[in-house]
Design a protein around this ligand. Structure first.
Ligand SMILES: [Zn+2]
Length: 477
């Protein structure tokens, strides 16, 4: 039996505002526990929340960037549940009147474009954090995160594969970081996602029973967790079993999902409008002003890279897929004018290093854009060969030094002295009479052997073009 996969994602993006959503405490990450708190975010009796206008503006930006309708009259609602990380006993969120509805984003998978609908985007406050002590039967609570502003972005169940889910998540990540409303840091939890997934026989209209997946803190984990869950559900269905509706946690170490205990089991949130907050009315003028000041979005940058810089679709797609990567590329391009060569180097050398090292991100890449530009210019000028450049690049990553210093320290300058290379060429030809004979009999492939020998002797430093010319000249005699 063939199954169709149905996935919907809920993304929580923490806004980059300086202060929290309903009080003036800082949102700075990594401060000592419970120091970023005040009576409002600690949920003391009698305090009143005051809405941070910047959060509303961020939501309007995201709504416009994702083709949503912006709700003119916004109401905040209380979502009631009891848990120690939530001091008030309820979370202030939005329920039936979210700020954005009916949007969409387009994703590309295997060269095909697909449109994924957005059901809604709403504003809410985050809860605190529980820290469990494994050695003692104790838990600690840190309320620094309580009341920090979140936008929850809910997709339609339009996603049809784990690969599409990862592409969708990357697109939302790109949009919030291009808009500069969220730092996108998945490790610190400022960009996180939950997924709903179900399978149904191909051709069936009704949705199958779904499970909810949590705790996927990287794009890779989202895809892997969903792939695992597709296999698990398919096996159960093929065996004639039934899927149990439940919340599952992804365990990245065991590479499997497990049932979750605790607060996320079925409950009634008893939503009702928050009587402490008046409705927020957004007028046309505000929307028009935000729209006029929207920064360049991923798709616009992609078109610019292709039209103005002459990059191909694939190069432009990869480079603009992540804002920090596009920024790095453009910063290097400020000191180096061959966009194609630079794009190629970033997509091969820089991205290879990034893939190989866990947790390395382009914003903290050890080779600065300016230093990469210098290295590229040294290749173009013939100061170093392309081959040596790769060695220099490795050294730049590990030592943090610039290309100039490394080339001088390690004596890696390309040898372009004709006399010096000619001497090496003549020595090699004299030492290999057999191959010289082969060449004269028409086996021109042995040229590769000669050049290889020369690179060995010169430790990769001989100017390859000059070497080829000199070999041809000498062999022609
Ligand atoms: Zn506070």
């Amino acid at each position: 039996m063939e199954f169709e996969i149905v996935i919907g994602l809920e993304v929580h993006a923490q806004m980059k505002t300086k202060s929290k959503i309903f009080c003036s405490c800082t949102t700075e990450f990594g401060r000592p526990p419970n120091t970023n708190t005040c009576p409002v975010c600690l949920g003391m009796p009698g305090v009143l929340p005051v809405l941070n206008k910047e959060v509303v503006e961020s939501a309007i930006k995201l709504g416009l960037a994702t083709h949503c309708q912006i709700t003119r009259k916004n109401v905040f609602a209380r979502k009631n549940y009891f848990y120690p990380d939530l001091p008030k006993g309820y979370q202030i969120s939005q329920f039936d009147l979210p700020i954005c509805e009916h949007g969409h984003v387009d994703i590309e998978v295997d060269g095909k474009s697909r449109r994924i609908g957005l059901t809604r985007i709403h504003m809410e406050e985050d809860a605190g954090k529980l820290i469990h002590d494994d050695r003692e039967p104790k838990s600690y609570v840190d309320l620094n995160r309580a009341c920090t502003p979140l936008l929850e972005i809910v997709s339609e169940p339009d996603i049809r594969s784990p690969q599409e889910a990862a592409a969708y998540l990357k697109k939302i990540h790109a949009i919030v970081t291009y808009l500069d409303i969220c730092d996108g840091n998945m490790q610190e939890g400022s960009f996180r996602c939950d997924a709903n997934i179900s399978l149904r026989p191909v051709g069936q209209a009704a949705l199958g029973t779904r499970t909810e997946l949590k705790n996927m803190n990287s794009f890779r984990n989202v895809q892997k967790a969903l792939e695992y869950e597709v296999r698990r559900q398919r096996d159960i269905l093929l065996d004639g079993g039934a899927i149990v509706q439940q919340t599952l946690l992804w365990d990245p170490d065991k590479q499997m999902t497990g049932a979750m205990r605790g607060k996320e089991e079925a409950h009634d949130y008893r939503y009702f409008p928050d009587p402490d907050l008046v409705p927020v009315v957004i007028d046309e003028e505000w929307i028009a002003r935000v729209e006029a000041n929207l920064p360049e979005l991923p798709n616009q940058r992609l078109v610019r890279f292709m039209d103005d810089l002459g990059l191909g679709t694939e190069e432009a797609t990869i480079l603009t897929g992540e804002r920090a990567l596009a920024d790095y590329f453009e910063a290097a391009l400020a000191d180096y004018d061959n966009a194609k060569k630079l794009a190629n180097w970033i997509m091969t050398e820089v991205m290879r290093v990034m893939k190989g090292e866990e947790g390395m991100d382009i914003a903290h890449f050890p080779v600065t854009p300016a230093n990469l530009a210098k290295l590229m210019a040294m290749i173009d000028k013939g100061t170093i060969s392309g081959k040596i450049a790769k060695t220099v690049f490795e050294e730049m990553i590990h030592s943090g030094k610039d290309a100039d210093t490394i080339v001088k320290d390690k004596n890696l300058l390309q040898v372009s002295d004709e006399g010096e290379i000619l001497k090496m060429v003549q020595d090699i030809l004299a030492a290999n009479p057999e191959q010289v004979q082969q060449f004269k009999e028409g086996k021109t492939k042995v040229m590769g052997f000669f050049v290889g020998q020369l690179m060995k002797v010169s430790k990769g430093k001989a100017n390859p073009q000059m070497a080829n010319e000199l070999f041809s000249q000498e062999l022609g005699k």
